[in-house]
Write a protein that binds this ligand. Sequence first.
Ligand SMILES: Nc1ncnc2c1ncn2[C@@H]1O[C@H](COP(=O)(O)OP(=O)(O)OP(=O)(O)O)[C@@H](O)[C@H]1O
Ligand SMILES: [Mg+2]
Length: 343
Amino acid sequence: MRIEVRELSKVFGDFVVLSGLSFEIGDGEFIVVLGPSGCGKTTLLRIIAGLERPTSGTILFDGKDVTHLPPAKRDIGMVFQNYALYPHMTVYENLAFPLRLKKVPKDEIDRRVKEIATLLKIDRHLHKRPRQLSGGQRQRVALGRALIKRPKLFLFDEPLSNLDANLRTEMRAEIGRLHREFKTTSLYVTHDQVEAMSLADRILILNRGRIEQFADPLTVYNEPATAFVASFVGSPPMNLVEGVVEEGKFRSPGGWWVAVDTDYRGKALLGFRPEGAKLREKGIRGSVVHREIFGHESIVYVDIGGGITVSVKHYSLPPSIGENVAIWVDRYYLFDGEGKRLL
Ligand SMILES: Nc1ncnc2c1ncn2[C@@H]1O[C@H](COP(=O)(O)OP(=O)(O)OP(=O)(O)O)[C@@H](O)[C@H]1O
Ligand SMILES: [Mg+2]
């Protein structure tokens, strides 16, 4: 199903949660919505689901205006963070419930419950009640309950946030596999960058109810449209150094400068990724203040003067704390005073 969102706004009292959002999602696309807490992700999903009314704007499914259609008529499967299963029902009954509501014949319900349970590897647990399941199994039942309806659109709101790291990885792969199999248009909210980068066809990055960028994961990583996107995607995030651009030079308060190919003048942010710089003999000088050693790589934190500390990824034995080093930047980015990308 194709989704079009036009000039969508939501205001609670005098608080603007979503501000004139417009975007389109193609049939079968997997869209990850990424953004800080409170930026409006859940509100956006609830409006698309029909659980919340927009203050203004239009939502179209396959070209048809659904802005005022109730949730039950939108053909949506939802998996939210607190995936409330019916505690008194068995797994089988939990899965069958959406189909019973739709008055699907009994033998077809039985066939589809068993099919989905096999797919999600919960077929041995159909007789159990939710409290007798592990977190990951419960999560799978919640997924199954959304899948079994074969909706035209999936809405996921941080569905894996209650799980431990291993289960998250497993369920992430499962969701990816299900999407490749069913190709159902999906909107998936997460805080987790790895989830965003690995699952998304495109990432919608929200900040304070506005779209910062809507692009495929590699574009978001390599060509961030704003300093906000640059600082939000990547781990550790991109280093952003405040300074001033004059006559083709970015000058840092630390005293060093870098030649930049722009006519822009004024306040600016120079950005470089920890993996886009190296410790060399030449470059921005500083001293090591902290190290994180992971085995295959380490992250070296360097004080470069003017109260600024930056991080650099390093792949051999890291320098000691207190050691003087120089940072050679292979690739830098430049943003203007408002955070818009210049270079
Ligand atoms: N019913 C409501 N009444 C008033 N304000 C609300 C209401 N629902 C949400 N908000 C406000 O709207 C903003 C966005 O909330 P929303 O739940 O969409 O954020 P979110 O991006 O999902 O955050 P999180 O990552 O923490 O889940 C918040 O500041 C929140 O306090
Ligand atoms: Mg939320």
